[in-house]
Design a protein around this ligand. Structure first.
Ligand code: CU
Length: 152
């Protein structure tokens, strides 16, 4: 190496382990204090695009008179759905292995049984209002939640 090489002198190296430990500590702290937040919008969009593709493949997109919410990779797609009063919403699991449920907890409607891949559940919304819901097994941990808004 040429003599003007700018590596720190030998004595400075003893600070490296301290610096490394400090940054490892910061990273660990960041991991520990970060709450398990819902997925970033971009990631959700990507997952929902995939879910739509799965839905088209499995069901040819045939939904008749109902509004469809796909369940896929710990997401409800769309996460927010607005329908008019009287509409029936059908939740379909388009996942490959994971089972999900639909739990309109706030409305006081009992959680559904586990819906396995390609299974579905329907509910007709007679009254306008906001109906937040969750997946029983994945609502808390994975943030698998959604909302139906019913307008007159
Ligand atoms: Cu789920």
């Amino acid at each position: 190496m040429p003599s003007k090489c700018k590596w720190p002198r030998r004595g400075n190296y003893r600070f490296l382990p301290v610096a490394a430990m400090a940054s490892a500590g910061l990273v660990l702290a960041a991991i520990l204090i970060t709450p398990p937040v819902a997925l970033a919008d971009e990631e959700r969009e990507r997952i929902c695009a995939e879910a739509e593709k799965r839905y088209q493949e499995l069901f040819d997109g045939e939904s008749g008179d109902v509004s469809v919410v796909k369940m896929y990779k710990y997401n409800f797609c769309p996460m927010d759905l607005t329908v008019t009063a009287g509409t029936t919403v059908r939740w379909i699991n388009v996942d490959k292995r994971t089972s999900h449920s639909v739990w309109l907890k706030v409305a006081g409607i009992e959680e559904t049984d586990r819906l396995f891949p390609e299974e579905s559940w329907e509910h007709q919304f007679a009254d306008s209002g906001e109906y937040p819901y969750l997946c029983g097994p994945h609502g808390k941990q994975e943030g698998m939640t959604g909302k139906v808004t019913v307008v007159p």
